[in-house]
Design a protein around this ligand. Structure first.
Ligand code: PHB
Length: 362
């Protein structure tokens, strides 16, 4: 009998044919003029349509939400048209794809921002972090604090991005609330020092998240929406004095919004999968939808996690970069291609659409 990892999962009215998910992966291969997805991106995603679900790379909801060169956006007409070629290619190959909606907040650089402005953040605290701009790696710029009155405009940008995702043919969306980007900056007490309705108390720190979820679930059925958190990651210079309590409250907001799934980076972003004993199980108790696990899983760990009920879905990043037919390889327990980190970020088809399938190797 097939392990449960290879069995379908019902996500609301959407049937995922297996529990193996392609994680959101920044690849910096949108067209440089306008951050528009194009045919090469469509080929890449369609090659990976065997996934139970594909989650797109982080896709900025506005130019203000951009933090790196050549990441795709979903706020202009050209971007929506470009994404439509991607979703059509995935659907024609039998797949399903969600758009990951992204606002980087303070993890940006003036050269990427509209009119060279400062990036925005909950509080004016500069991250000890770097980004990648036209001239190479650069320290992130000093951010300015979002005014209380501006926050509704950012929430509206999320709503518009969700509408655009729908117009572009995405099957659903994932809200990026992980890895030290804008929503994570609001959630955590190291980056949110606000005295207004969006800061200090747990209820107020999770309010921005709740407003974003309310906005996007007015566009997509709530079961077609997921959210990604990284409670125990310090990626992008972020921390919290009590992650279990903070993310317990954030996950309760996701539960209250009726989301289809929560997606946790278990431990440090990019590994290792280390967190306080029972912390993930404790956090999960706050959510009644599907649980998607991520971080340095391999085939056997994923089979065991789903079999034991520790996860409903398991997302794979680097392994999906290197193995377009990862599901088939897992099914056969076949050898895997090795990912090449040199070609993860930026470039062309090399290290992007040229990893061979089993059929091509044979
Ligand atoms: C990255 O570009 O390195 C990156 C982007 C989004 C993430 C994590 C890393 O969530």
């Amino acid at each position: 009998m097939d392990p449960k990892l290879f069995n379908p999962l019902e996500l609301g009215d959407l049937t995922l044919p297996n529990r193996i998910v392609m994680a959101p992966l920044t690849r910096n291969r949108a067209l440089p003029d306008g951050d528009v997805p194009h045919d090469l991106n469509a080929t890449y995603y369609a090659q990976r349509a065997g996934a139970g679900l594909i989650i797109s790379e982080g896709t900025q909801i506005s130019q203000e939400g951009k933090g790196y060169i050549q990441t795709p956006g979903i706020y202009s007409n050209e971007q929506v048209v470009g994404w439509k070629t991607v979703t059509d290619a995935v659907h024609n190959a039998g797949g399903r794809i969600f758009a990951q909606l992204w606002h980087v907040g303070r993890i940006s650089h003036v050269s990427l921002q509209p009119d060279g402005q400062a990036p925005v953040a909950p509080s004016p605290i500069t991250a000890k972090s770097q980004t990648f701009v036209a001239t190479g790696f650069a320290d992130v710029s000093d951010p300015r604090q979002l005014d209380t009155g501006e926050i509704a405009r950012v929430v509206a940008d999320y709503r518009k991005a969700a509408e655009n995702a729908k117009a572009a043919g995405f099957d659903g969306i994932e809200i990026h609330a992980a890895n030290g980007y804008l929503i994570d900056q609001f959630l955590r007490d190291s980056t949110n020092k606000r005295d207004d309705a969006y800061g200090r108390s747990l209820d107020k720190r999770t309010r921005f998240l709740a407003e974003v979820l309310e906005a996007v679930t007015s566009v997509y059925a709530s079961t077609r929406v997921g959210v990604r958190f990284s409670p125990f990651s310090s990626f992008n210079d972020i921390s919290d004095s009590d992650p279990l309590t903070t993310f317990g409250a954030a996950i309760t907001r996701a539960n209250d919004a009726g989301l289809g799934y929560i997606h946790l980076v278990e431990g440090e972003t990019g590994g290792p999968r280390t967190f306080p004993p029972n912390a993930i199980a404790t956090l999960r108790e706050n959510f009644s939808g599907a649980y998607m696990a991520n971080n340095a899983y391999d085939r056997q760990l994923a089979i065991d996690a789903v079999e034991s009920g520790k996860a409903d879905l398991v997302a794979f990043g680097a392994l999906f970069i290197a193995n377009p037919d990862l599901v088939e390889r897992f099914r056969q327990d076949a050898p895997l291609n090795t990912p090449d980190p040199q070609t993860f970020y930026g470039g062309d088809a090399v290290g992007y659409t040229d990893y061979p399938t089993l059929d091509q190797v044979a």
